[in-house]
Design a protein around this ligand. Structure first.
Ligand SMILES: [Zn+2]
Length: 287
C-alpha cells in the first residue's frame, strides 16, 4: 500500500513514528503549520517554526525514506491574538519557498471577527501566490463553521478545486461535496472520525475529491490511521485501485496544484549520519 498523508504534524512526532510510517507504506506527507498546544508570545517563535518546516523536518523525514512538504499560515487558534498578527506580513516570503505546497491551516476556531479578517486575508494570499488552501473546520458547532467557511471561500473568488475543507464528518460532508471543494477527513483513535465511519462515507459519496489523513500531533492520535483506513476499505470491499486513489492519487492531485510536490522516493531509511546544518538524526557515535 502506497500512502501520502496529506495532514500530519511531524514536528510533534518521534523517529519511531517515522520508522513505523515508512514500514506501513507512507512515502510522502504534508505538514500544515498550526499552533503549538499553547499560545506563542512573539513573531520570532513563528519564524523559527516555519524555518523548521522547510528545513530540519524535511531533512529528518528523508532520513526515513519519506518526502516531506508543508503548508504555511497563521492558524485559526492564534488568528485573534494581536501578538501574532504580524505573522501575516511574514507569510509572502515563506509562500515562495520550495516544499510549501499550500496556504494552511486557515479557517475558524471560535468564529470571531478577527478570525474572519485573517481567514479572508490568507485566502487572498493563496490567490496571489497561486497556491491551494487547507481549511480547518472548528471542532465545536461544526455544521455552522463549515457553512460559514464555504461562504468565505466563495467570496474570496478562489477556485473550489483548489480548496480542501478538512476535519469533516457525516454531518458536514454533503455541504462540501456540493461546493466543489475537496473533502478532508482526520481519522483519530477515539474521537471524531474513525476508519469504519470513513469507509461508510466513501461508500456513500465515492472516492473523488476525498483526502484521508491522520492529523497526528502531540494529542492522542495515530500516524498509522491512513494505513488502517486503507485496510478497512479493502475489508469493506473496495479494490486496491480505490485505496490507491484515496491514499495516493488524490493527495498528489490536490497538492500537485502547487507545482511543487517532489515524489521521487528519497531512498530506504538509512543511518548514514547525513547532516543538516551540522546535525544528524543520530545521537552519539556508532561503535
Ligand atoms: Zn492539523
Amino acid at each position: 500500500m502506497r500512502i501520502f498523508d496529506p495532514h500530519i504534524h511531524m514536528s510533534s512526532r518521534t523517529t519511531d513514528d517515522y520508522e513505523r510510517m515508512h514500514a506501513a507504506g507512507v512515502r510522502a506527507l504534508v505538514e500544515p503549520a498550526f499552533w503549538l498546544g499553547q499560545p506563542r508570545t512573539s513573531v520570532g517563535s513563528f519564524v523559527d517554526y516555519f524555518d523548521g518546516l522547510v528545513g530540519w523536518e524535511p531533512f529528518r523525514a528523508a532520513q526515513f525514506g519519506i518526502r516531506h512538504h508543508c503548508t504555511m499560515a497563521l492558524n485559526p487558534k492564534e488568528a485573534g491574538d494581536p501578538r501574532c498578527r504580524p505573522v501575516l506580513e511574514l507569510l509572502p516570503r515563506y509562500l515562495e519557498k520550495d516544499g510549501v505546497v499550500a496556504v494552511g491551516e486557515v479557517g475558524y476556531d471560535s468564529m470571531t471577527p478577527e478570525e474572519d479578517e485573517v481567514f479572508a486575508h490568507q485566502l487572498a494570499l493563496a490567490v496571489d501566490h497561486d497556491l491551494p488552501v487547507l481549511v480547518h473546520t472548528p471542532h465545536r458547532d461544526k455544521a455552522a463553521g463549515t457553512r460559514r467557511s464555504l461562504d468565505v471561500v466563495r467570496e474570496s473568488g478562489i477556485a473550489p478545486e483548489r480548496v480542501v475543507i478538512d476535519h469533516l464528518n457525516e454531518v458536514t460532508v454533503g455541504l462540501v461535496a456540493d461546493s466543489g471543494c475537496w473533502m478532508g477527513f482526520s481519522i483519530y483513535p477515539d474521537t471524531k472520525m474513525d476508519e469504519d465511519r470513513m469507509v461508510a462515507i466513501l461508500r456513500e459519496h465515492g472516492t473523488e475529491r476525498m483526502l484521508v489523513n491522520s492529523a497526528a500531533d502531540w494529542g492522542r492520535s495515530d500516524p498509522l490511521k491512513t494505513r488502517r483506513t486503507g485496510e478497512a476499505m479493502l475489508a469493506g470491499g473496495f479494490t486496491d485501485a480505490d485505496v490507491d486513489q484515496v491514499l495516493w492519487h488524490n493527495p498528489v492531485a490536490f497538492y500537485g496544484q502547487s507545482g511543487r510536490l517532489v515524489l521521487d522516493v528519497p531512498g530506504e531509511p538509512t543511518d548514514s549520519g547525513a547532516l543538516f546544518a551540522g546535525n544528524s538524526v543520530l545521537r552519539g557515535g556508532r561503535a
